[in-house]
Design a protein around this ligand. Structure first.
Ligand code: NAP
Length: 292
């Protein structure tokens, strides 16, 4: 099976490495070619454009940043890569986008006899490296089954949520909670510390307690070392909350808390924290003067 991979950022580069390590023949493209170097040294093949990747593969995997970037590369012009995929081939999009975008991609693909799966992932840089991601998949069961061996080398579990757009629907709900939980925790820390409770005492008591979700414990070192190297960049958390807010508007669902969280991440991004890990919302809420 020939596999193509487009988008070699924090997540894509690690997912592609796991495919290579498990013997898949891999063709690659990334806007910034340098990021492909380690993978090329491991035996992957470089292509000069997304279209060149698409035309030679049985399965194409995309791991890009936003719906806008995905749309412009995949379908926007007659040169976009969907037109280069072979009829009968499979396109698996792992980008976190909104369900509407996934369904639009599926429609364009289907008109060209290409099978489409939306397959965003839960899990960040380290799970991606270890092949321990959780795949949330929307699309036809038979196509999900054909891709199962690929999901198995990149992830620990695959959940087939339903038809196209259902993988990205579930992912949207997960990130909505993730973003709000990190912001709520940071706010609690800011208040506790302002009242004179030692930071370590707060961390010892709150992390592992029933009121804080388990993922926050993994952010402890970033908080204590004031080092927010990105695993999941803050700008993408802002993007995901925006997509959730837009989708809720279309669904007639009210999300006052999510919108407050979204604007808090927007302010942190404006202060220059967009390329940091999303847990830098702690830094933003805790000591705003640090980020002026
Ligand atoms: N990091 C996480 O923990 C995590 C977890 C789950 C899901 N996600 C989602 O997975 C996706 C990728 O995340 P990531 O953390 O890997 O992000 P990233 O490191 O910023 O990588 C983004 C990728 O998109 C490409 N890209 C961005 N703008 C582009 C443009 N205008 N034209 C062409 N290519 C462009 C980048 O190319 P360059 O290399 O040239 O910039 C890179 O390959 C996002 O949708 C994110 O929300 C991330």
């Amino acid at each position: 099976m020939k596999v193509g991979f487009i988008g070699l950022g924090i997540m894509g580069s690690r997912m592609a490495a796991n495919l290579l390590n498990n013997g898949y023949e891999l063709s690659l493209y990334n806007r910034t070619p340098d990021k492909a170097e380690a993978l090329l040294a491991q035996g992957a093949t470089w292509c000069d454009s997304p279209e060149e990747v698409a035309k030679n593969v049985d399965v194409l995997i995309t791991m890009l940043s936003t719906p806008e970037v995905l749309t412009s590369m995949a379908v926007a012009t007659p040169e976009s890569f969907v037109h280069s995929l072979k009829p009968g081939s499979i396109w698996v999009d792992c980008t976190t986008v909104d369900p509407k975008t996934s369904r639009m991609m599926a429609e364009v693909a289907s008109a060209r006899q290409i099978h489409f799966l939306d397959a965003p992932v839960a899990g960040s840089k380290i799970p991606a490296e270890r092949g321990e991601l959780l795949f949330l998949v929307g699309g036809e069961a038979e196509i999900v089954g054909r891709c199962a061996p690929l999901f198995e080398v990149m992830g620990r579990k695959t959940i087939h949520v339903g038809g196209n757009g259902m993988g990205t629907s579930l992912k949207m709900v997960i990130n909505l909670l993730l973003g709000q939980a990190m912001a709520a925790f940071s706010e609690g820390m800011a208040l506790g510390e302002s009242l004179g409770i030692e930071r370590d005492t707060l961390l010892d008591i709150l992390l592992g307690s029933a009121v804080v979700p388990p993922f926050v414990a993994a952010k402890r070192d970033k908080i204590t070392q004031n080092q927010f190297d990105p695993e999941f960049p803050l700008r993408w958390m802002h993007k995901d909350l925006h997509l959730a807010a837009e989708t809720a508007f279309a669904q007639g669902v009210s999300m006052p808390l999510a919108n407050a969280a979204k604007e808090t991440y927007a302010l942190a991004k404006q202060k220059g924290l967009g390329d940091n890990d999303f847990s830098a919302i702690y830094q933003f809420l805790h000591k705003r003067e640090d980020v002026e």
